[in-house]
Ligand binder design. Sequence first.
Ligand SMILES: [Zn+2]
Ligand SMILES: [Zn+2]
Length: 173
Amino acid sequence: MARQCPDCKINLRTEEILGIELDICPTCAGIFFDDGEMVKLKDQGDDAFEEVDEQVQPEQPFEPTGENITRMCPSCGEVMDEFKYLYTTHIKLDSCPKCSGTWVEHGELEAMQKALADAEVQPMNESLMRTLKHQLAIAKEEVAHEQRLYRQRRMTQVLRLLTLRRAGPPFWF
Ligand SMILES: [Zn+2]
Ligand SMILES: [Zn+2]
């Protein structure tokens, strides 16, 4: 099934911009990013977000559809989760919990670029730092847990190996 704009319910068209194939709504200029595409775009340079926003223009002057609408993922149809870009900005994006795609409304990319630049200028933005530290702590705990599991598995393997040796006939003596 063709991907559709979650707001206008019309088919998205694909267009390659800065080497990335994006799904764009011809009416509202909203863009769907598949998982990983937004990072790829960011890697195209400091002005990449703004450039895409300029290249992709809505048919008519854009009017936001309202903030609290539920969007369905254009790719897999899941209900998307609204989140704030960089956790603390007013820019609300929608992300799909299933395929990790992101829906971005027209103008939001430019705002994201500004927010990103501000965050880099003021890295001590306290509440952002708190959130990031918290996320990092969770990630570390997960890593530690993985490592514990790995050590346990290794230990089991070693024990099994030792047991086998002991149980086996020592024919080489
Ligand atoms: Zn649309
Ligand atoms: Zn999805």
